[in-house]
Design a protein around this ligand. Structure first.
Ligand SMILES: [Cu+2]
Length: 191
């Protein structure tokens, strides 16, 4: 019994010591970087909400430290029109109108804004523009999100395509109903 108590004490001391080391500042940020590094790619498959036809795929990759490049290919859009395009707070497309994805993803509490604005929601990706066939492509690099790092991680959040243009107005750009919804998940591939 004495031996057991001794062993437990040593184990407890060891745990406290390693906890202390883990909490030390520098190691903490290194850990965060490692987490950021560990996931370089994400993907969201967009499905139409009820009575709509927007569908497609959005790829995200960490193009440089602190930078994420996304490439979106969506079809079934209103031809020759801009459609508001945002990351929303929940990866939940269960509601038939997409409202289960919640509000814009905005961990920093910024006002809404288009791409030109320095201060905008982390989820504000502006608009995707449809061609005459209702197909839209958007290639965009942003520095205010990460795949799964400390800076506004997007993994597990929702991606919404709206019926109307995001005009940059408060509070959410007046982009109308949600016509497509997807969940941002881990993607295969390295580099
Ligand atoms: Cu939105």
């Amino acid at each position: 019994m004495k031996y057991l108590t001794g062993a437990l004490t040593v184990a407890a001391l060891f745990l406290v010591a390693s906890w202390g080391i883990a909490l030390a500042g520098d190691d903490h940020s290194k850990e965060a970087e490692k987490r950021d590094d560990s996931l370089k790619r994400a993907v969201a498959v967009i499905h139409p909400t009820k009575d709509n036809s927007a569908r497609g795929v959005v790829h995200f990759h960490r193009s440089a430290p602190g930078q994420v490049t996304l490439s979106a290919h969506i079809e079934g859009l209103e031809p020759e029109q801009k459609h508001g395009f945002h990351i929303h707070e929940y990866g939940d497309c269960s509601a038939e109108d997409g409202t289960s994805a919640g509000d814009h993803y905005n961990p920093e509490g910024h006002p809404h804004g288009l791409q030109e604005e320095d201060e905008r929601h982390a989820g504000d990706l502006g608009n995707i523009v449809a061609d005459e066939q209702g197909k839209g492509t958007l290639i965009l690099t942003v520095d205010n999100i990460s795949i799964a790092g400390e800076s506004n991680p997007i993994i597990g959040r929702g991606l919404i395509v709206h019926r109307d243009p995001d005009d940059g107005s408060q509070p959410v750009g007046d982009a109308g109903p949600r016509i497509g919804c997807g969940v941002i998940g881990v993607a295969s591939g390295e580099g």
